[in-house]
Design a protein around this ligand. Structure first.
Ligand SMILES: N[C@@H](CCC(=O)N[C@@H](CS)C(=O)NCC(=O)O)C(=O)O
Length: 236
């Protein structure tokens, strides 16, 4: 068993990469050159008709899966790790609830923040931003509370899970949002439980490896050095 991660640096495939690294799963990259529009090539559209990265493929069976949340769920099932066992229904229910919230609400709204004009058109994008930002702030506040209620240090409590990688990715995109209005750093730095989680995540060897693999400025990850990351993306 060996996976292919169809990826592009510092986009949603980064979340899957962090999980693969944490699992120690065998995988190799196939870079989809989004700047050249390769996500719309006939070859890639055969893998994901929506033309979106990431896609994970199993080299042996040829099985493919897209959608970040689904890939994380799939990898949890494949490995039996980074998610509570189905034998513990209470914990598993919390895992499913969080993972799907991250996928269908936080990530979806991060997309709205990132690609506002695609949703409402160029003319209305500026006007829509405050409402989108307010939604993101509200989600992060809710997540901060959830971490506190579970006693931390991770979203589900004591154990690192797939959810933490997804949350990390969404927090990052929301703060950097190159070319578009990023959230102010305080939207997250003022939330102690969420900030603490992100700092712990950033320090994991698997996350360090994931950043190194994408040659992303690791020193500018989630929180305080956001400005340098914005600079790094300034030419995007
Ligand atoms: N719902 C998808 C969203 C993935 C997504 O939007 N990927 C972006 C990169 S981060 C992409 O491929 N964009 C290509 C494009 O918009 O043409 C998921 O969860 O994986």
């Amino acid at each position: 068993m060996s996976f292919i991660l169809y990826s592009y640096p510092d986009c949603a495939s980064h979340v899957v990469r962090m999980a693969l690294e944490e699992l120690g799963a065998p995988y190799r990259d196939e870079i989809v050159d989004m700047r050249a529009g390769a996500q719309q090539s006939p070859e890639f559209l055969r893998l994901n008709p929506r033309g979106l990265v990431p896609v994970l493929a199993d080299e042996v069976s040829g099985a493919t899966i897209s959608e970040t949340g689904a890939i994380l769920h799939f990898l949890a099932d494949w490995s039996g790790r980074l998610a509570p066992s189905t034998a513990d229904l209470t914990a598993r229910a919390a895992f499913c609830q969080r993972l799907y919230f991250l996928s269908n609400t936080l990530h979806a709204d991060a997309q709205l923040q990132y690609y506002t004009a695609r949703y409402v058109g160029e003319d209305l994008a500026e006007a829509a931003r405050p409402a989108v930002h307010a939604r993101m702030r509200a989600h992060f506040t809710l997540l901060d509370l959830a971490i506190a209620q579970r006693g931390g240090p991770w979203l589900l409590g004591g154990d690192l899970s797939m959810c933490d990688f997804y949350l990390g990715g969404c927090a990052r995109w929301s703060l950097i949002a190159p070319r578009h209005a990023p959230l102010e750093p305080e939207a997250i730095s003022s939330l102690p439980h969420l900030s603490g989680l992100l700092e712990r995540l950033e320090a994991l060897p698997s996350v360090v490896r994931a950043f190194d693999a994408e040659d992303t400025p690791r020193s500018a990850y989630f929180r305080s050095p956001v400005r340098s990351l914005r600079t790094a993306h300034a030419t995007d």
